[in-house]
Design a protein around this ligand. Structure first.
Ligand SMILES: Nc1ncnc2c1ncn2[C@@H]1O[C@H](COP(=O)(O)OP(=O)(O)OP(=O)(O)O)[C@@H](O)[C@H]1O
Ligand SMILES: [Mg+2]
Length: 272
């Protein structure tokens, strides 16, 4: 069981990279996308990963959701070259680089993007329970596999070891919120779980997500305070989400501001 009082998860471990020979470790950045439920974590994580892959840089997209596996929502099954499950990785006694590589989901059309997630129909009880160790070994392994890792975290970190570990291990965190009271209430409730831990608040970027035209600057400011990035609502993106086709290009005019902001985030976090 997780225990916040003992900070079993919410304590940033001594980074492996600090005591290993740094010159032999490949440079790698992990970005965790986290925030309130329904704020746009998944669509944002997918679009950032796609942007990096389109620039021919290798990226792994880790989809943590175990209650609603997101793999079937990212692209049509026919676009997948190989289908595996994140569950088989976490079920191992030890998560090795070879095991992760074997279970990466590859795509027919984009060799730079690989995905890890639960498959359609699976849930958290499909596999034996995993512990913090496996989640940490997975994050360490991912660092060795690709220069960029984007993690679509679940909102409910209290019950989700993988998302909690990803949040602690990430080099940067996008903290998404919608400009509404529920989002604000959610974050003020959850952030208190992190506040007393060695959670590094400096690595967080506050992001206003799915911002509609009527939620002009002032409303966002009132609800969320100052934000680093603003992701605007795009009808085209909403339609891609409904069609399960998030790896398609966003080409319409109403997506321009969203696309530009994704570019800014990728540049800031991954330098590309
Ligand atoms: N910028 C945007 N433009 C249009 N629609 C958006 C945008 N961001 C999010 N959405 C829509 O909001 C809904 C929730 O998005 P998404 O599933 O990515 O959120 P989430 O934070 O991952 O949710 P959950 O907490 O369930 O994991 C979807 O219908 C999605 O299309
Ligand atoms: Mg999601």
């Amino acid at each position: 069981m997780l225990n916040f009082k003992k900070k079993s998860i919410f304590t940033r471990r001594q980074s492996v990279r600090e005591d290993a020979q740094p010159e032999q470790e490949p440079q790698s950045d992990i970005l965790a996308v986290w925030g309130s439920p329904g704020s746009g974590k998944t669509v944002t994580a997918v679009k950032i990963a796609k942007h990096i892959a389109d620039r021919k840089k290798n990226v792994v997209l880790l989809l943590c959701d175990m209650t609603a596996p997101m793999l079937p929502c990212v692209c049509p099954p026919s676009d997948l070259e190989s289908e595996h499950s994140l569950g088989s990785i976490l079920a191992a006694t030890h998560v090795t680089e070879a095991l992760i590589k074997h279970n990466l989901v590859t795509l027919k059309k984009n060799s730079h993007l690989t995905i890890l997630g639960m498959r359609k129909g699976e849930n958290e009880y499909t596999y034996p329970p995993y512990e913090q160790l496996q989640a940490q070994e997975l994050m360490d392994g991912l660092r060795k596999i690709a220069p960029c890792v984007v993690v679509d975290c679940g909102s409910y970190i209290a019950n989700d070891i993988l998302s909690a570990v990803a949040l602690m291990e990430a080099d940067s965190v996008l903290r998404l919120a919608n400009a509404d009271l529920k989002s604000v209430s959610y974050l003020s409730s959850q952030l208190s779980l992190l506040r007393d831990s060695k959670w590094d608040a400096d690595k967080q970027y506050k992001v206003a997500s799915n911002v509609k035209p009527q939620q002009a600057g002032e409303q966002i400011g009132q609800a969320l305070g100052s934000v680093a990035f603003t992701l605007t609502h795009s009808q085209e993106l909403e339609e891609q989400y409904l069609a399960g086709n998030l790896l398609a290009d966003l080409s319409l005019k109403d997506s321009r501001l969203f696309r530009r902001e994704v570019e800014k985030i990728a540049k800031e976090v991954f330098g590309c």
